[in-house]
Design a protein around this ligand. Structure first.
Ligand code: NAD
Length: 517
C-alpha cells in the first residue's frame, strides 16, 4: 500500500487493512472529516472475494458451532477487557473516521464493553436447552434449542463505526454463527480494529470476515449469500434490503432512521431537561439514530426552557481535536453538511427562526456545522418530519398532554423518544408513544446503555431488536426436539380410532382443569 496518512501511523493502517479480504489490487482512499485530508488507502473487494469470505466463514462456523458455550463466553469477556485496555487507539480511529468528539467516541467504547460483558455473562443461560411440557404428560419430553443460523451478514454505517460494526455481531458469534461484514466505506479502519480485537480475544481467525466496497455491490452480495442479515443504516437502503431478503426467505433485522421526539412535561426541572436535551440532540453532532430532533415543551415551561436550552447550546465548544475538552465534533462528509445546511435554509424560508447556531464553520474544519435550534418550523419545512441526522432540533410549544402524545406519534418513524418530567406522569404516557425505546429523564442513554433492554424501531424505523435476549435469538433458529416414550401420540395400535378419540376427549377435558397449561 502506498503511504497515505499523516493522521494515523501508516504501519498500523497496513496491519489493519491487511485483514480485508481483497484480491482486486484496487483500492480507494478514505478522508478524515476533521481535515478533508486522506486518511487511508483501503483495498476494495470483488464479488469473488465476497464468495471466498462466505466459504471461509462457512467452514469456520461449522467448527465454531461445536465449541463449548463456556469458551465463547470467555472470549467475550476477554474482548471486554481488550476494548477498555486499547481504548486510546480505538478512540483516535473513531474520531479520525467519523469526526466526532472524543467524549462521544467514548460512548462506543463503553457500549461495546457493556455488550461484551452482557452476553459474556448471560450466554450460558440464554443458550441452555429449555425443557417444555409435551403433548402427553410424562410420555412426551420437549427440549427447545437455539441453534445458529449459519453465516450472518452485517452491513454497518459510519456514524458509530466501532459499536455498530462489532456490537451487533457479538451475539451472532456468541450463538455459534460466523459473520461476514461490510463496514461503511467511510469507516473501515475502526471496523478492522474491532476485528483485530476479536481475534486477539480468542475468536477463530476465519470466523469473522470483513469485505469492503460499495454498498450497492458488496452489500447486495452479502444479502444474496447470508443466512440472516443485520443492517443498520437509512430507511431507504433498509427497505431495498428487506425486499432482497424476502426473495430468499432469510430473516433480517433493520435498524433504521428516526425523527425522535422529546417531551418536556409540566413540572419538569427546566435546567435538567435543558442539559439532557443538549446531550440528546448533539451527541455525535446529531449523527446518531436515537438523537432528538423534535422538542415539545409545555406552555408553562416553554420560555424558561428555551432560554436555558439556547444558553447551553450557545456555550458548546466545537473542535477538530483528539483532546477530551472539545464538546462537539464535525459532520462526517460534504453530503451531511449539505443536508444540514439545506434543512436550515429550507426551514427558515418556510417561516422558522434560528434561535442559536445555523452556520457552517469551515474555519474549524471543512464539514463543521453549529449546533442549531429552530423555532416556528412549519409542516412545509423538510426537517418538520424528515430526518436531518445532524445538529439540528426544532422547538415546539404544546398545552395539553393528550395533544403532545399525538404530536410525538406524528410521522412515519418510531425509533426513540424521551420524556422529561415527573416520573409517574412520564410513565403513564411512555407506552402510548410509538417508539422502540422511551427514555424518562434521559435522552437515549438509559435504554441504549442497558444491554438487557431490547432496542430497535417501530414503523419505518426498522424491524427486529438488538440487545437483550431478542438481540441474540434473532441469530438463531428455535428448534424443538420431542422425545416420545412408551406410546405413540396417535395412540397404540390395539386401540380403535373411535375409542382413542373418546379417551383423548376425556384426557383433554381433564387437562383443561389442571392448573398448569
Ligand atoms: P446508508 O443506508 O446509506 O448506509 C448504511 C450501510 O449500508 C453502509 O455500509 C452502506 O455502504 C450500505 N449500503 C448502501 N447501499 C446499499 C445497498 N443498496 N445494499 C446493501 N448495502 C448498502 O446509511 P447512512 O446514511 O450511511 O447512515 C445514516 C442512516 O443510518 C440514518 O438514517 C440513521 O438514522 C441510520 N442509523 C440507524 C441506526 C439504528 O440503530 N436504528 C443506527 C445508526 C444509523
Amino acid at each position: 500500500m502506498p503511504a497515505s496518512s499523516t493522521l494515523f501511523p501508516q504501519s498500523r493502517i497496513d496491519v489493519l487493512t491487511a485483514q480485508i479480504r481483497s484480491t482486486t489490487g484496487e483500492s480507494r482512499t478514505t478522508t478524515s472529516p476533521f481535515t478533508g485530508e486522506p486518511l487511508a488507502v483501503v483495498p476494495v473487494s470483488s464479488l469473488d472475494d465476497v464468495d471466498a469470505a462466505f466459504d471461509a466463514a462457512r467452514a469456520a462456523q461449522v467448527r465454531w458451532s461445536r465449541t463449548a458455550v463456556r469458551q465463547r463466553a470467555k472470549a467475550l469477556l476477554k474482548l471486554h477487557d481488550l476494548v477498555l485496555e486499547r481504548q486510546d487507539e480505538l478512540l483516535d480511529l473513531i474520531q479520525l473516521e467519523s469526526g466526532k468528539s472524543r467524549r462521544h467516541a467514548f460512548d462506543e467504547i463503553a457500549h461495546l464493553a457493556l455488550t461484551a460483558r452482557y452476553y459474556g455473562r448471560r450466554l450460558r443461560r440464554q443458550l441452555r436447552p429449555d425443557g417444555r411440557p409435551g403433548v402427553i404428560p410424562l410420555l412426551t419430553d420437549i427440549t427447545v434449542h437455539h441453534v445458529p443460523k449459519g453465516v450472518v451478514g452485517i452491513i454497518s454505517p459510519w456514524n458509530y463505526p466501532l459499536t455498530m460494526a462489532v456490537a451487533d455481531g457479538l451475539p451472532a458469534i456468541a450463538a455459534g454463527n460466523a459473520v461476514v461484514q461490510k463496514p461503511d466505506s467511510q469507516s473501515p479502519l475502526t471496523a478492522l480494529a474491532g476485528l483485530e480485537l476479536l481475534r486477539d480475544a480468542g475468536f477463530p481467525a476465519d470466523l469473522w470476515q470483513v469485505v469492503s466496497g460499495a454498498g450497492s455491490v458488496v452489500g447486495t452480495a452479502l444479502v444474496q449469500q447470508a443466512d440472516y442479515i443485520c443492517f443498520t443504516g437509512s430507511t431507504a437502503t433498509g427497505t431495498g434490503i428487506a425486499k432482497l431478503a424476502a426473495e430468499r426467505l432469510i430473516g433480517y433485522s433493520l435498524e433504521l432512521g428516526g425523527k425522535n421526539p422529546m417531551i418536556v412535561l409540566p413540572g419538569a426541572d427546566v435546567e435538567k431537561a435543558a442539559a439532557g436535551a443538549v446531550n440528546a440532540c448533539f451527541s455525535s453532532a446529531g449523527q446518531l439514530c436515537v438523537s432528538i430532533e423534535r422538542l415539545y415543551v409545555h406552555d408553562t415551561l416553554y420560555d424558561a426552557f428555551r432560554a436555558a436550552f439556547v444558553r447551553r447550546v450557545d456555550a458548546l465548544s466545537l473542535g477538530a481535536s483528539l483532546d477530551w475538552d472539545v464538546e462537539i465534533g464535525s459532520l462526517v462528509s460534504p453530503a451531511q453538511l449539505e443536508t444540514v445546511t439545506k434543512h436550515v435554509a429550507d426551514a427558515v424560508a418556510n417561516g422558522a427562526t434560528v434561535l442559536v447556531g445555523g452556520e457552517a464553520r469551515p474555519e474549524i474544519g471543512p464539514y463543521f456545522f453549529e449546533p442549531t435550534v429552530l423555532e416556528g418550523v412549519t409542516d412545509a419545512a423538510e426537517c418538520f418530519a424528515g430526518e436531518t441526522f445532524g445538529p439540528l432540533v426544532s422547538l415546539y410549544r404544546y398545552s395539553q398532554v393528550e395533544e403532545v402524545v399525538e404530536l410525538a406519534n406524528a410521522g412515519e418513524y418510531g425509533l426513540n423518544a424521551s420524556i422529561y418530567g415527573p416520573v409517574r406522569q412520564a410513565k403513564a404516557i411512555a407506552t402510548r408513544i410509538k417508539a422502540g425505546t422511551v427514555n424518562i429523564n434521559e435522552g437515549f442513554g438509559a435504554t441504549f446503555g442497558s444491554i438487557d433492554a431490547p432496542m430497535g424501531g417501530m414503523r419505518t424505523s426498522g424491524t427486529g431488536r438488538r440487545q437483550g435476549d431478542e438481540g441474540l435469538y434473532r441469530y438463531t433458529e428455535t428448534q424443538s426436539v420431542g422425545v416420545q416414550r412408551l406410546l405413540p401420540v396417535s395412540g397404540p395400535a390395539f386401540v380403535k380410532p373411535q375409542l382413542y378419540a373418546r379417551l383423548m376427549t376425556f384426557a383433554l377435558r381433564l387437562m383443561r382443569r389442571t392448573p398448569r397449561a
